[in-house]
Design a protein around this ligand. Structure first.
Ligand code: SF4
Length: 378
């Protein structure tokens, strides 16, 4: 059975983090019109996923925790009115620590159906947070998690970034220790990257900030694997670690080829046949009267593109890439191509084979995207 989910993009932030290349901005422009436009888009695109049962709703951004309880409930109600939401739905809110004071968390728990929090901690050290230009401090980071637990949230994930200049191996281990001491069941951890057109890129080029050192990021990744292993977390996707029963249902939809509708500016959607992107332009988004006007681009995936995507996403996960699936969906010729390429990587200990399933070896996970691209068919 294919799972289906809904993503809602909230582009507001209190300040722009140096490394950020998401569609988000530090202003409240069009705030009221935006929520109305979201409600309108949800209605306009109600047929995108047919009659599929929706298993997950994910508020991402931007900083969705900047929305107040009424705004969140209006959006959730609209989704409930328009789609078939599962009784066991996972509803995640991305939240920044500075928004999660006791009152806000209490209200989220008591007055909304949000049952999973994704807290953007990034680091428990103030100097890292300063480097990243995060708006919160380390005390707010721990307080927000403790407040969330006290309020009764038992499904919490935390984001941590490694490879930050100045983050020594000792400090990285301390960050992970603080995380494990808080007894959270899910961790998403990413290597800091310098994307073009970000403030970080400019500041590094002007030598106002130190550049990242790739070898340090690599060492941090192996420490991450070691520490999560020790604490019985499964490395179930390149950047995601969890205890049994706490995997992100929503992100698993992306990784397992499920279907999703994305609402809000810049949001992506995929229904098994077509993929589309909304405009990254708030003015145009709120002024659009039709679903077509909101779409920036739409493409129908060829069989080769679908195959490439399957290999790319499945190799990143602990479920691995299954040649039985390739045979059933893409045909024998693709199995042959896959096995031919796989033999080289098995020989180099980058790939492990168990019956029809191929997985990356522990060491090779760091190079997942490069290895996957060797399998691409054009
Ligand atoms: S809070 Fe997230 S979306 Fe907002 S600027 Fe920072 S990284 Fe970007």
């Amino acid at each position: 059975m294919t799972l289906a989910g809904i993503y809602v993009h909230i582009p507001y932030c209190k300040q722009k983090c140096h490394y950020c290349n998401f569609y988000s901005f530090a202003s409240n422009n069009y705030r009221e019109l935006f929520v109305e436009a979201l409600l309108k888009e949800i209605k306009l695109r109600k047929n995108y996923l047919g009659k599929e049962i929706i298993n997950t709703v994910y508020f991402g951004g931007g900083t969705p925790s900047m929305l107040n309880i009424d705004e969140l409930n209006k959006i959730i109600k609209q989704l409930d009115d328009v789609f078939y939401l599962s009784d066991e739905i996972e509803t995640t809110l991305e939240a920044n620590p500075d928004d999660l004071n006791t009152e806000k968390i209490h209200n989220l728990k008591k007055h909304t159906s949000i049952n999973r929090l994704s807290i953007g901690v990034q680091s428990f050290f103030d100097d890292d947070l300063l480097y990243l230009n995060r708006v919160h401090n380390s005390k707010q980071a721990t307080d927000s998690i403790e407040n969330a637990i006290k309020a009764g949230f038992d499904n919490i994930t935390v984001d941590l970034i490694y490879g930050i200049p100045g983050l020594t191996e000792k400090k990285w281990r301390e960050n992970l220790r603080t995380f494990f001491d808080l007894n959270i069941n899910h961790l998403s951890s990413y290597s800091l990257t310098v994307e073009p057109k970000t403030a970080l890129n400019t500041l590094i080029n002007k030598r106002k900030l130190e550049n990242i050192v790739e070898e340090e990021s690599i060492r941090h990744f192996y420490i991450l694997q070691e520490e999560t292993d020790k604490h019985a977390f499964t490395h179930y996707e390149i950047s995601n670690f969890a205890r049994e029963g706490y995997y992100s249902k929503h992100n698993s939809i992306y990784w397992l080829g499920g279907h999703y509708a994305g609402f809000g500016p810049s949001a992506h959607s995929f229904n098994g046949r077509t993929r589309q992107w909304n405009v990254s332009n708030m003015k145009r988004y709120v002024e659009s009267e039709t679903a077509e006007n909101i779409i920036k681009e739409k493409e129908t995936l060829t069989i080769r593109q679908q195959y490439n995507e399957y290999v790319m996403t499945s190799l990143r996960t602990s479920w691995g890439c299954d040649t039985l699936h390739i045979k059933n969906v893409f045909g024998d010729s693709f199995v042959k191509l896959f096995e031919k390429e796989a033999a080289k990587h098995i020989f180099n200990n980058k790939l492990l084979k168990n019956a029809s399933v191929y997985k990356l070896s522990k060491q090779a996970k760091l190079f997942a995207d490069g290895i996957a691209s060797d399998f691409f068919v054009f």
